[in-house]
Design a protein around this ligand. Sequence first.
Ligand code: C2O
Ligand code: CU
Ligand code: CU
Length: 564
Amino acid sequence: MKKILPIVLLCVPLLSNAQQPLLIPDTLSGTTINLSMHKDSLQILPGKKTQTMAFNTFKYLGPTLILQKNSTVNIHVLNSIGDTSSVHWHGLHVAPTNDGGPHTAILPTTTWNPSFKVMNNAATYWYHPHIHMKTTQQAMLGLAGMIIVRDSIEATLNLPRKYGVDDLPIIVQSQQLDTLNQINPRGMVDSIILVNGTFNPYTNIPAQIVRLRLLNAAGERNFNFGFTGNKTFYVIGNDDGLLSAPVATTRIRLSPGERAEVLLDLTGMNGQTIYLMSYASEMPMGVQGGPTMPMPPGSPPMNSSLNGIDFNILKLNIGAATASPVTTIPTSLVSITPYAASSATLTRTINFSADSLLVMDGPFYFNDSSFDMMHINYRIPLNSTEIWRFTNQTMVSHPFHIHDVHFFILDRNGISPSPKEGGAKDVVLVEPNDTVRIIMKFEDFADTTTPYMYHCHILMHEDDGMMGQFVVTPNTTGINEVAGKMDDLQLFPNPAHQSFTVKSKSVIASVMTILAMDMTGKQVYKATVNAKEQTIDVSHWARGIYAVSISNQEGTTVQKITVE
Ligand code: C2O
Ligand code: CU
Ligand code: CU
């Protein structure tokens, strides 16, 4: 019944079969980075130009930022798109005020100036806007770019790193264009694949070992990457770092937001042509890009012509080798130490849900609740290690992403992950009915006022509320300890029965904010008082241990109290 639409869209690429040279984004590096966001337009298909948004001199997407670990970068982001925006450094471990989430809006015509030390290991990261309910629109219109972090360990490895020559940025997106060639940011009938913003691309590549930095920057589609003829390649890096050793494989599946660095050995292939492909026919139904699911009446169209088929993404025309090519695949890379499950102090369970089991386009929820800018979902003590356990009770898969930290996948349905995803990550795909556990450590940046986000990286799911936020609380040794600063505060009696009192030894009253949360991070009490002491009624609190955080001008202290 809804067959007419995909047929019309299928015809569009046929009108413009000419292949385009792959655009290799220019780079920006050094300690001062200037970005400006603006509206533009791009000739993607013949006929009408496509309205876009882009950074700097680009018509779509933005420059690749090359950052050096341990250097401090000063970034200026000028917003000239005529709407509120923000820029988030996806994967970078930075303070929440530098993170570019929805609480760090850049108003139109203003400049945001984050400055931070690059603490991440060498890997491929990216940047994109993050304003709540505007991320899909702005990112899909073209506001995105790659970040390459280099470090001294990666520099010692015999890996290709000549940007644009044997080390290629590969930003893969899909788009749904309407009959006037305009982007439908939430469209699920995508038929156009863009690589670095280039439609129907080819690139010349030397006959030697090359490195591809694959980034899935699509709004919803998963890609099951491989090469023509099932050529073997080597995965060397996950989202946030290199693996301990290359992993030989013929496929790497990346969900929206995920990255992988791969090595491809083209030695002796001068004159040949191969394609980077997506073997989407191998993906199960429910993983977006796999076969289209039967649609209940009233669902929006989602029967993309790309679903469930294998298709070409990028043509590689293999030419002569360069002067000093890399000719061997390294046997080992870096040493990584995943966190031990036994080091976790807490397991949080997050269930992915929807209003009904038939919902395929959203809204989706974490634990049945929708994102609320004014509600902090979790308060996590600095330096704690936590396991987050995801269950997915919806019909579709969701790529879970968290800011601030990298994580390691502990298991999927009890089974350890493949070595291909055994490194540091910040996105993990959770398929329908799966249970996935990850482990991470919240280090370095405590700030009780600006939260970090966690969300589904399907952009319209995120905008529709499949997002939550957490703050890292300033307690260097966990909630059992007292932070050094405000040791003139007393909590008594402890254990408490009917009530307890927070008392300052100081003789003058001061404004203090008292917050109490249970061991799941749920807030049970909050008050701001101007007093020397405050008594808190706990007669209706469940028995257990609570973390009480008290803030005044001097700082914040967190103490533990037991309610019996
Ligand atoms: Cu790539 Cu919170 O985002
Ligand atoms: Cu992010
Ligand atoms: Cu989702």
